[in-house]
Design a protein around this ligand. Structure first.
Ligand SMILES: [Zn+2]
Length: 246
């Protein structure tokens, strides 16, 4: 029998690691400046935390190993993760999981354009292979960054299962972890993610992961442009985020 982790495990959610968009730009909070990202990782390392990809985090989530660990995830597959996050992760010996959108490789965050969010390039297949070759992991975020709640089951199955196959071909590595776009999911989507043989799925529910969480509906800890080091520490090491659970 698995025993649940005795310490809550934070799984951090980052999006873009890039200089912030001009003041007033929509959703600029989702861009963490490269220098701030370096400070975040530096602080975690100094505190003795190991930053881990979802695969590396699995034994901890399953209660098989104990330790000071933090999951690091990036949503959407931005090229600026490769440019600005990878050197920092490598410096600390950290791994992470970047959730990519398989039909939009080398394109941009087209799903955001109607909200007035500036286009930002997404990694190509070759760049995803660079990411993997450097010790990082690729996860799946559907084929087209869809609203799963708005689609019929057959389309959801394609978006979830084919995304895995397409990304495995693109990056030449197993893709075993899924992230629900927009944090939208319901029980049928959980079943489809399990059917597609994903080992975990992350959500936008806030909180650190505890033994009570399904591996296919894991809460995460958002990290924003405005997240200072003291706040990041509180999110990781205290019940600060857990109180925000829904
Ligand atoms: Zn996304």
């Amino acid at each position: 029998m698995l025993k649940p982790p005795s310490n809550p495990i934070p799984i951090l959610t980052y999006h873009q690691i890039a200089p912030p968009a001009p003041k007033g730009a929509p959703y600029r909070s989702l861009c963490v400046a490269p220098a701030d990202f370096a400070r975040h990782m530096g602080m975690l390392a100094l505190l003795g935390y190991q930053g881990l990809s979802m695969s590396a985090l699995m034994p901890y989530l399953r209660g098989e190993r104990q330790g000071k660990v933090v999951g690091i995830t990036f949503d959407d597959g931005y090229l600026n993760n490769l440019e600005h996050a990878l050197p920092v992760l490598a410096r600390h010996g950290f791994s992470s999981t970047c959730y990519a959108v398989s039909q939009l490789l080398g394109q941009s965050n087209v799903w955001d354009h109607h909200k007035g969010i500036a286009a930002a390039p997404l990694m190509t297949a070759a760049q995803l292979r660079q990411w993997v070759a450097a010790g990082q992991e690729v996860g799946a975020h559907t084929r087209h960054h869809v609203h799963l709640n708005a689609l019929d089951e057959a389309t959801c199955r394609q978006e979830i299962a084919l995304c895995k196959t397409e990304l495995e071909l693109a990056c030449g590595a197993p893709v075993n972890h899924f992230c629900y776009p927009y944090g939208e999911f319901a029980q049928p989507h959980v079943a489809l993610v399990q059917e597609a043989q994903f080992h975990t799925a992350t959500t936008t529910h806030r909180g650190r992961s505890t033994g009570g969480d399904s591996l296919w509906a894991l809460p995460r800890v958002p990290v924003l442009r405005s997240t200072t080091r003291p706040v990041l520490w509180a999110k990781v090491a205290t019940a600060y985020e857990d109180r925000r659970r829904d």
